[in-house]
Design a protein around this ligand. Structure first.
Ligand code: ZN
Length: 288
């Protein structure tokens, strides 16, 4: 197994409280690029084990600010209404196929970034995020995990007003304001999980639990989502798939993030995101 973190744009192994720059650990400078590291994960298991066994240390994780595990993915997919309870709370029909939208890659940020709120209806969506590890097209469901480098945790932050603007509404921009895609803290290899199809996740706003579920409740599980996407588009190393959010979003509660709110998200075996919310800027007002 391995845990990858990114510090100042460079990949590192996270080993308990310490980290080791991956170029130091492997004597291969090219692995410092997160997009390269995720495309060569088969090589990382042994290197990680060796780094764990050594006393190699570049520094302590608590002394650095983590970037997103993959700061510059080529493509970022989001899956809507992928938990039954969440579909119910929105009043929507169950989707006949993975309801897929784009989060533009520029919204991806690290696990402790501030979230500048674009309005008064900005919502949380805690999600398991899959990181693709190889160029993939038409992969069968049965082998779909084989193209995955690992998983991380994400928040699919959503401005409900912008997301719902127009007929038909287009979700992409409302989910892509600056820092609307916090991810991290680490990219964790698949063999670190006892059951890949049952990973617990939850989120809190100012210490109050808002969402708590497990990926066992996904309507379209991870292999099905990957196989479906790859039947239409080519997936590339470093691509992110936000796999959907459980029930408990703010829109269903009539509550939203406010400047000063702290959004805390957690996933079993991955770790925690902690994102303070601040006042941001809304979209430009335009007319037709
Ligand atoms: Zn979502």
């Amino acid at each position: 197994m391995f845990r990858l973190i990114t510090i100042a744009g460079r990949t590192a192994f996270e080993i308990g409280e310490r980290y080791v720059d991956i170029a130091t650990a492997t004597s291969d400078a090219s692995l410092s690029d997160p997009l390269v590291a995720v495309s060569r994960v088969d090589e990382l298991h042994d290197a990680y084990a060796a780094a764990v066994a050594s006393d190699m240390t570049t520094g302590l994780v608590r002394d650095v600010t983590l970037d997103a595990p993959v700061p510059t993915p080529r493509q970022v997919f989001g899956i809507g209404l992928n938990y039954r309870e969440h579909a119910r709370e929105t009043g929507a029909e169950l989707p006949p196929a993975p309801l897929t939208f784009t989060k533009y890659p520029s919204c991806i940020t690290g696990p402790t970034s501030q979230i500048p709120l674009s309005g008064d209806r900005v919502d949380w969506e805690v999600e398991l995020v899959v990181v693709i590890g190889r160029t993939t097209r038409h992969i069968p469901v049965a082998s779909a995990w084989d193209c995955v480098a690992g998983v991380t945790l994400g928040q699919d932050i959503s401005d409900r007003t912008v997301q719902r603007t127009g007929v038909p509404p287009q979700f992409g921009l409302g989910k892509s304001f600056e820092n609307y895609g916090p991810t991290g803290p680490a990219l964790v290899s698949l063999d670190a999980f006892s059951d890949l199809n049952n990973i617990a996740l939850r989120c809190e706003v100012d210490g109050v639990e808002m969402q708590s579920s497990t990926t066992a409740d996904l309507i379209f599980d991870v292999p099905t989502v990957i196989a479906y996407l790859s039947s239409i588009v080519t997936l590339y190393p470093g691509d992110l798939i936000f796999t959907g959010t459980p029930s408990g979003v703010g829109a269903a509660r009539g509550e939203f993030l406010r400047p000063g709110s702290v959004l805390t998200s957690w996933a079993e075996g991955i770790g925690e995101l902690r994102n303070p919310c601040v006042t941001g800027r809304g979209p430009l007002a335009v007319s037709n």
